[in-house]
Design a protein around this ligand. Structure first.
Ligand code: ATP
Ligand code: MG
Length: 256
């Protein structure tokens, strides 16, 4: 395994008596696509919530690029270069696609708002750079024709693309993707898969939660399996798919 960009060590997250994460530990390789699979309720989304600072950890540590980020705020984690998308795409209802991208580009640095208050030349330069970045990203994700549409008017698949775009605005080094292709029509799934390959080719590391095994096989260099809040095993797709313990973990827990 190449150098890890992220190390998850003994991560625990309890909701009352429920151990959603129960001592999960594994590394995420740099510049690769790592698949994260496991039955419904295995704790995958909870893991993303804990890594990205949205949920308090009961115990354990998260180390990103050699720095312990376990107690960092979500903003600080984002600014360090770690972004995540949500299983259910979010969106500010009254914003257009363009405004949405601009907002997230701005909130990453934290400088845009201060500069805007101070006024002056710096603002216009930053604003122009941000605009260029949002336009280029929209073009890359084929969202340029809906830039002026309200986020709420997008199709499910376009919302998923916008989630990816939002995450990419901050030029992350690691991106956590929570089922970016779930519920999306086949043509758009293909398109999103190509974008993920492109993101990897540009040197960004990806941790990808996905239930569709054909996509995991096609996209991932390495696959981590979780069950009942714990790390179960890891390996190539074929190693993991033929593992009896993995098959047992899925038994009777197939997604409806
Ligand atoms: N905020 C919460 N409060 C209470 N229980 C929660 C909360 N979030 C998650 N859980 C529970 O924690 C467990 C793990 O949930 P999680 O959403 O992380 O699973 P998952 O692996 O992402 O599943 P899926 O594949 O269905 O998305 C489940 O039993 C879930 O009901
Ligand atoms: Mg989930």
């Amino acid at each position: 395994m190449s150098t890890p960009i992220l190390r998850i060590q003994n991560l625990q997250c309890h909701f009352g008596g429920l151990r959603a994460l129960d001592g999960a530990s594994f590394d995420v390789s740099a510049k690769k696509v790592t698949g994260l699979i496991g039955p419904n309720g295995a704790g995958k989304t909870t893991l993303f919530n804990c890594i990205s600072g949205l949920l308090p950890k009961t115990a354990g540590t998260v180390v990103f690029k050699g720095v312990d980020i376990s107690t960092n705020s979500p903003d600080k984690i984002t600014n360090r270069g770690l972004m995540r998308t949500f299983q259910l795409a979010r969106g500010c209802p009254r914003m257009t696609v363009f405004e949405h991208l601009m907002l997230y580009g701005r909130s990453q640095s934290g400088e845009g708002v201060i500069a805007a208050l101070m006024g002056g030349k710096k603002v216009s330069i930053e604003e122009a750079e941000l605009r260029d970045k949002a336009l280029a990203l929209a073009k890359r994700l084929k969202l340029d024709h809906v830039l002026d549409n309200l986020v709420t008017a997008l199709s499910g698949g376009q919302k998923k693309l916008l989630e990816i775009g939002r995450a990419l605005m901050s030029e992350p080094e690691l991106i956590l993707l929570d089922e970016p292709m779930a519920g999306v029509n086949p043509a758009l799934v293909e398109q999103i898969a190509e974008h993920l390959k492109d993101i990897r080719a540009r040197g960004c590391s990806i941790l990808l939660i996905e239930h569709e095994m054909a996509l995991i096989e096609a996209l991932c260099d390495d696959v981590v399996v979780m069950a009942e809040g714990k790390f179960l095993t890891r390996g190539s797709f074929s190693e993991v798919a033929s593992n009896k313990t993995v098959q047992e973990a899925y038994l009777g827990m197939k997604r409806s």
